[in-house]
Design a protein around this ligand. Structure first.
Ligand SMILES: *Cc1c(COP(=O)(O)O)cnc(C)c1O
Length: 429
């Protein structure tokens, strides 16, 4: 495929925008080459500025679970825009979306809307600290909770892709309150709770991790984590920015059968517009301003355009819960097809999958945490990424990202993807 115009646009973008992008992982740095500039998209397909058509396995990094330019969402946004785009006053649609979200997700009574997953996680931690009166938090190596200071400690996603899991600019004072545990390593959490007894406000986790590739929580780990938090009076925060409204109506809480104390959302809940949210039972949420002392606010929070997209999206998912099964089946089909090709061609690999999240790691060892994820062969990954891209398959440009399937993908698209891997497999060795 030819990417002439994309490359020219990237040169121009780099003159005015740092690295030419407004979010680092878009820049293709981990895989080399220039990023593709998109012109428009519909369903499962992207159309770029050079006239190429690509099958999309990212879907805006998760939000577009029903595919691009999904009619009910687009129409809701258009109709809403005609009435004005922002008021800084309450609107009925905020309550409608809140009511629907609360009805779909277990263990939450109230929800507060913000503008991104970053804001949601940052605010959830402040709330946990205000509620418990304690300062420290525990996070897991390789988990990503947005780019606020407390979380850029061994962070996943773009932070690790670019080799800056601990970012300059985060003060020692902030960093000392974030304690680091190993994913699927309950003992490491237990040790931290012993060494910092009575000081830990919250444990924050991606209940199914997606920012070091897809990593599934082992059953005794996640159950043990819940029990340990309860025992130590620590709030368990499920960062469901990726898993919320993707693994099922009730997200990972429902899929894993584990109740969290605070849940954060982003991605799907905004249907492709900037929405994040955090939610909990009433006695926790009532600590927030204006009812309680924990301050949190936003000029564009609960923005009516964003709410209308989120409401249209969640309404579809609520009406048609079969979508989650259909997506999981498609993902499983893709998993088996790709696995088959890799096995036949003797390429060392692990494929991790949970619902509609999946990722390939080019390593012999089971991938269960950040350390094992980092062992993947990046040279093989680069060849795989570019080989697939040359044939019109758009995968996440980093081995530390999950794929996000969308329900507009057809079995013909999945077959084409599997055949493409077969076609390029010899080059991967
Ligand atoms: C994407 C993501 C975030 C950050 O959300 P933004 O909207 O990019 O700020 C936080 N947590 C998880 C698990 C994510 O996948």
């Amino acid at each position: 495929m030819i990417y002439k115009r994309s490359s020219a646009l990237f040169v121009e973008a780099k003159k005015y925008i740092p690295g030419g992008v407004n979010s680092p992982v878009r820049a293709f740095k981990a895989v080399g080459g220039d990023p593709i500039f998109v012109k428009k998209a519909k369903g499962a397909y992207l159309y770029d500025v050079d006239g190429n058509k690509l099958i999309d396995y990212i879907a805006s990094w998760g939000p577009l679970i029903l595919g691009h330019a999904y009619e009910p969402v687009i129409n809701a946004v258009i109709e809403r825009a005609k009435k004005g785009t922002s008021f800084g006053m309450p609107t009925e649609i905020e309550t409608e979306l809140a009511k629907l979200a609360v009805s779909m997700v277990p263990n939450i009574d109230k929800i507060r809307f913000v503008n991104s997953g970053t804001e949601a996680c940052m605010s959830a931690v402040r709330l946990a600290r205000g509620y418990t009166g304690k300062d420290k938090i525990i996070k897991f190596a390789g988990c990503y909770h947005g780019h606020s200071d407390s979380f850029l400690i061994q962070a996943g996603s773009g932070a690790v892709t670019f080799g800056s899991p601990n970012s300059p600019g985060v003060t020692q004072g902030t960093a000392k309150d974030t304690l680091l545990a190993g994913y699927n390593d309950l003992e490491s959490v237990r040790e931290l709770t012993v060494a910092n007894k009575g000081e830990i406000a919250a444990v924050i986790i991606e209940p199914v991790a997606g920012n070091m590739g897809c990593i599934i929580p082992q059953e005794d780990f996640i159950k043990g984590l819940r029990a340990l938090c309860t025992q130590e009076n620590i709030l368990l925060i499920f960062d469901e920015v990726m898993t919320g409204f993707r693994l099922g109506k009730g997200g990972a809480q429902e899929a894993l059968g584990i109740a969290a104390d605070i849940v954060t959302f982003g991605k799907v809940i905004g249907g492709g517009l900037p929405v994040g949210a955090f939610a909990a039972r009433e006695d926790i949420m009532d600590h927030l301003a204006p009812d309680g002392p924990v301050y949190q606010a936003g000029t564009l929070s609960g923005n009516p355009l964003a709410m209308s997209a989120g409401l249209a999206m969640l309404t579809e998912l609520d009406k048609n819960p079969g979508i989650f099964r259909s997506l999981a089946e498609k993902t499983s089909y893709l998993h088996e097809g790709l696995e088959d090709v890799l096995v036949k061609n003797d390429i060392p690999h692990q494929i991790n999958r949970f619902g509609s999240m999946v990722s390939i790691h080019f390593t012999d060892e089971p991938v269960i945490d950040f350390k094992t994820s980092a062992k993947g062969n990046n040279d093989t990954f680069k060849k795989y990424f570019h080989g697939m891209l040359d044939h019109g398959i758009y995968l996440p440009p980093s081995a530390f990202e999950s794929y996000f399937l969308n329900d507009a993908l057809s079995y013909a698209d999945l077959d084409k993807t599997i055949l493409t891997l077969q076609h390029i497999a010899a080059d991967l060795k």
